[in-house]
Each structure stands twice: as structure tokens, then as C-alpha cells.
Design a binder for this molecule. Sequence first.
Ligand SMILES: *[C@@H]1O[C@H](CO)[C@@H](O)[C@H](O)[C@H]1NC(C)=O
Length: 147
Amino acid sequence: MKAAGILALIGCLVTVADSKIYTRCKLAKIFSRAGLDNYEGFSLGNWICMAYYESRYNTTAQKVLDDGSIDYGIFQINSYTWCRDSRLQKNHCHVACSALVTDDLTDAIICAKKIVKDTQGMNYWQAWKKNCEGRELSEWKKGCEVS
Ligand SMILES: *[C@@H]1O[C@H](CO)[C@@H](O)[C@H](O)[C@H]1NC(C)=O
């Protein structure tokens, strides 16, 4: 726990690093301000838990899937349906995939909201289903300055 805390601190200081790992409470604040708390009925804990298990809060996380599409960013949003990369697919979020792997989470949050609206819930995120759905999730915002 101590080591994790120190690592988190170093993460905050090294701003020139390519990838940014947000802290849980920083994310809680950003998510809360962006209106994710209870968005479509999903409490803040759902979002923080989902982001943790999808990307470990890593804004530059990328994963290539078997079909060649790529999951991008903190919410691991897939290029096949939701964003635009070199393969030019459906791009339902009308956003470049590269905009989903920056420290500014604005576009990623807008797209995640669209996913939840269009697919009627958070089932899109396998890691959420597996680790967060139906659990007691208030712990995820514990100690953070959010209501
Ligand atoms: C964040 O994700 C990027 C891209 O997958 C990876 O290169 C980097 O090592 C990750 N950072 C951490 C701290 O895991």
C-alpha cells in the first residue's frame, strides 16, 4: 500500500511521461464534474470500477483484438464501432480514436455516455460485468472529495 502510494505520487510528478495514470480520486472528481454520477442510473462507483478494470486508469492503454480492431484509452473504447482510426469504420462517436488516449478525458467521457445510451447500459464493458456489476461500489469513491 505504501509502495503504491509512492508510485502514485511519482506518477503525478512525472508529467512528461507518455502515459498518464490517473489516481482514483482524481478520476472520481473528473467523472463527477462531467456528470457521470448516476448517468443513465449508473453511480460514480460503477464508472471508477469500470475504468480500473478496463485500463487500470491508464489514459494511453491500447489493446489490439483478434479482429484487428483496437480498444482505446481509459474506457477501452473499440475502434470498430465507436471511433475513427486508420481503418475508418463506423465511428458512432464521431471522434478520432487518438482523442481517446489523451490526458484530457472530455472526448472519452462523451463517447462513453453515448455507448451507455445507445447500448442501454454498461454491458458493453466486459470487465465491468465481471468485476463491478451488482456489487457494492461506494468504496470506489471513498475518501475522495465527491458527494
Ligand atoms: C499504459 O499503457 C501504455 C499503452 O498500452 C503502456 O505502454 C504503458 O506501459 C502503460 N502504463 C503503465 C504504467 O502501465
